[in-house]
Design a protein around this ligand. Structure first.
Ligand SMILES: Cc1ncc(COP(=O)(O)O)c(C=O)c1O
Length: 411
């Protein structure tokens, strides 16, 4: 049997892109696609953004990498910019979301040992969460099918249902080993799940009462996508630790774990590291990204345009029985279907729209570039609504046929 030269870890659609510009990707046959996924929340500034391209090219002509054995001036600049925006005090840089979360998990454990005097520190994590694919972040992730086959998992995680404050309070009463909570302000991979407005405020209060670190995974929700630079900024609170990646580099791999207060004192020299983490190339790109998001008010733009797109879908699909709910926080947008509809990603691609279907195949997820224009947004809403209406009608008529004469009568 022939063995593929790339491990078959991904189910890929049969299309390859050779260039991108703004919200558009062009395949090797010259077809164009409206990118409503941004490489899964990565290319928040769209493709080939001039500020990012310029920063990368300029840095490549100077020096790509030196290592963290030496001072990296633009890493310092990026850390200052991010701490100023976030209200955090310092930053550890890695290369991905998983690596940023690994840093947070290690920070919490070390906080348990050194500050709380706990030998077996444990972290509360949520059901249906996603924190990455490394062994610790996979163990923190609340998705059994992603974990299956990789046991033994890393211990030290206690799970609570998402958006359930009472469950967290119960754990607080019964488990003296808890040192931190790790939670997504909006769950991305499980289908843009948006908790109660005061969920993060309540978690903040519980963490304060118990000397736990409040750690937020903003790998997907950060960098302007939710309508604020970080999603917790909707709640007027500060976490102790926040992680981000994806949109920070607009396609150049970079992840960051930011901390404040006692959490900012835990990872000292020699306790953690990453060869590439925060190298001159990735920091040049990320600085251009962060400055563009702030200078061009893209957080506000994400809020306004995200609401407009979601309202457009509500108007066009409100009566479609096939759609349970349209929800969004800024440019994290979901159309929840009443039944699984994974084929919609393929059907949309055929019509020139890129998106993905997550949440057990029932949630059409869109994470468009924050720079998407009004007319592109309108095109997205009109085209996708039409695709979903036709799909729902086809599904219903084939269901009726499968049901036989009785079903046909019902239909
Ligand atoms: C909330 C969240 N955390 C962590 C990750 C893992 O990031 P990465 O794939 O860059 O390791 C993801 C990726 O989808 C994510 O959405």
């Amino acid at each position: 049997m022939a063995v593929e030269s790339i491990m078959t870890t991904y189910n890929r659609l049969s299309v390859a892109f050779e260039r991108g510009e703004g919200s558009w990707l062009y395949d090797t046959d010259g077809n164009k696609y409206l990118d409503a996924l941004s490489g899964i929340a990565v290319c928040g500034l769209g493709h080939s953004h001039p500020a990012v391209t310029h920063a990368i090219c300029e840095q490549a002509g100077k020096v790509l990498h030196t290592s963290n054995l030496y001072t990296i001036p633009n890493q310092q600049q990026l850390a200052e910019r991010l701490t100023q925006i976030s209200g955090m005090e310092n930053v550890f840089f890695g290369n991905s979301g998983a690596e940023a979360n690994e840093a947070a998990i290690k920070l919490a454990r070390r906080y348990g040992h050194t500050v709380r005097n706990i030998d077996n520190p444990a972290i509360i994590v949520m059901e249906d969460s996603f924190h990455g694919r490394t062994m610790a972040t996979l163990s923190a992730t609340g998705n059994r099918s992603a974990q299956a086959g990789f046991e033994p998992l890393v211990s030290g995680f206690v799970r609570a249902p998402y958006d359930d404050i009472d469950a967290i309070k119960k754990i607080a009463e019964n488990n003296p080993n808890i040192v931190a909570i790790l939670v997504e302000p909006i769950q991305g991979e499980s289908g843009i799940q948006i908790p109660a407005d005061d969920y993060l405020n309540q978690i903040r209060a519980i963490c304060d009462n118990n000397d736990w670190l409040m750690m937020l995974d903003e790998v997907q929700s950060g960098n302007g996508r939710s309508g604020k630079y970080f999603a917790y900024q909707h709640n007027d609170i500060l976490p102790d630790v926040v992680t981000t990646a994806k949109g920070l580099g607009n396609g150049v791999p970079i992840g960051a774990c930011l901390a404040k207060g006692v959490a900012a004192t835990i990872l000292t020299a020699g306790t953690h590291g990453s060869t590439y983490g925060g190298n001159p190339l990735s920091c040049a790109a990320a600085l251009a990204v962060v400055n563009t998001i702030m200078d061009e008010n893209l957080c506000e733009r994400a809020e306004i345009l995200g609401n407009r797109i979601a309202n457009g879908f509500r108007e066009q699909l409100g009566q479609a029985g096939y759609v349970n709910e349209v929800r969004n926080k800024g440019m994290l947008i979901a159309i929840e279907l009443s039944e699984a509809g994974s084929e919609l990603a393929v059907l949309a691609k055929v019509k020139g729209i890129l998106l993905n279907v997550t949440g057990g195949g029932k949630v059409v997820r869109m994470l468009p570039p924050l720079t998407m224009t009004d007319s592109e947004a309108e095109l997205l809403v009109n085209t996708l609504s039409q695709i979903i209406r036709v799909y729902a009608a086809d599904e219903r008529s084939s269901e009726a046929k499968e049901d036989g004469p009785e079903g046909e009568r019902r239909a």
